[in-house]
Ligand binder design. Structure first.
Ligand code: AHR
Length: 336
């Protein structure tokens, strides 16, 4: 399979060639002194000004994603990065984006906490001629001209891969499933639910007996799982939309005197270190990866646009999947 980095670099090379002879795209050029003035006098020289609005710090995945972006969009690499943490609140993201528009940054990138409600602020960015790049999560805007590209995983596919593994490995006999959903209204929660349901709808052995949000956090995953355990004595499998909620569920299952991974099987999405360790330890049964290392691809996209090139409107990143044996093998060299 072609690696994510290779595909993006190949794309960057292609567009760089295409860029020759093309006029520079709509954003302000690098080193534009008016941009420096608009940033409040900061001397960013030839650096590309990027405003990035992050969802929050809700999970291990998010921490790895933030690190990847901050480690890549550095001054040494040609960027002046303004970074803000929205604490999982849409109003904070809208405020941050408006502030980046007011500062006249060259590019805005953000990972939207929820799918809906972005049209007005994205229209403001468009009017200000600032290209917007969606990373990790999608918006449901019908007007695709409001952003240049969306880079991230295929969340429906992730949920589908989990469902297929469950069909083949657990639901060969009737099972009761509980689902820990991600943040309500977020793209990964909507899509991972749909993907799992699509994959399992033809299997009469799969019965989803409870489904509730744990907001992608370990603490809420634990609390919701405690409620599931009290209300349902016969849970066979937990489908957690991310590793952090699976780790919270493990705590709740152990506190209830049961063995996670054996008495109650657990499947989840992300593949962060703690999740992979729990998988290797036999407490989780299967993980579909969601690669958080989007910084290098984001940098490539911005540099391509900045040199007048174009990028694909949707760039899907590559994700692996791990059972317990594969996790043991992958852990020693795992980057996050
Ligand atoms: O949008 C990606 C998801 O957000 C990750 O799977 C989850 O851990 C994070 O909070």
């Amino acid at each position: 399979m072609v690696s994510r980095t290779f595909r993006t670099r190949a794309m960057a090379a292609t567009v760089a060639v295409l860029a020759l002879g093309l006029a520079a795209c709509g954003s302000s050029g690098s080193g534009d002194s008016s941009t420096d003035a608009a940033t409040g006098g900061g001397d960013s020289g030839d650096l590309i000004n990027v405003g990035f609005s992050q969802v929050g710090a809700e999970s291990g995945w998010r921490a790895a994603n933030t690190k990847s972006i901050q480690d890549t969009l550095t001054k040494d690499n040609g960027f002046d990065l303004k970074f803000s943490d929205a604490q999982q609140k849409q109003e904070n993201q809208i405020q941050a984006i408006r502030s980046y528009i007011a500062q006249g940054v060259d590019y805005i990138a953000f990972s939207p906490v929820v799918e809906s409600g972005w049209d007005a602020v994205l229209e403001e960015a468009k009017q200000a001629n600032i290209p917007v790049i969606l990373t990790d999560r999608a918006v449901d805007s019908e007007d695709k001209s409001l952003y240049v590209t969306f880079i991230g995983s295929d969340f429906v596919e992730e949920g589908k891969r989990i469902g297929e593994w469950v069909n083949d490995n657990v639901a060969t006999e009737p099972i009761n499933v509980v689902e820990l959903q991600g943040t309500t209204g977020s793209a990964p929660a909507i899509d991972r639910k749909q993907g799992f349901e699509d994959a399992t709808k033809g299997n009469p052995n799969v019965k989803i007996i409870a489904s509730q949000t744990g907001n992608f956090t370990r603490a809420e995953g634990k609390t919701v799982m405690e409620g599931f355990l009290q209300a349902n004595p016969d849970i066979d499998l937990v489908y957690a939309h991310n590793d952090d909620m699976a780790l919270g569920a493990i705590e709740a299952i152990e506190a209830a005197g049961k063995k996670p991974g054996t008495d109650i099987k657990i499947v989840s999405i992300d593949g962060v270190k703690d999740g992979m360790q729990a998988l290797a330890d036999g407490k989780i049964n299967y993980i579909v990866e969601c690669n958080p290392l989007l910084g290098p691809d984001l940098a490539d996209i911005i540099k391509t646009l900045h040199s007048g090139g174009t990028v694909e409107p949707r760039i899907v990143t590559h994700d692996d999947a791990f059972d317990q044996a594969a996790a043991k093998e992958a852990l020693p060299t795992r980057q996050y």
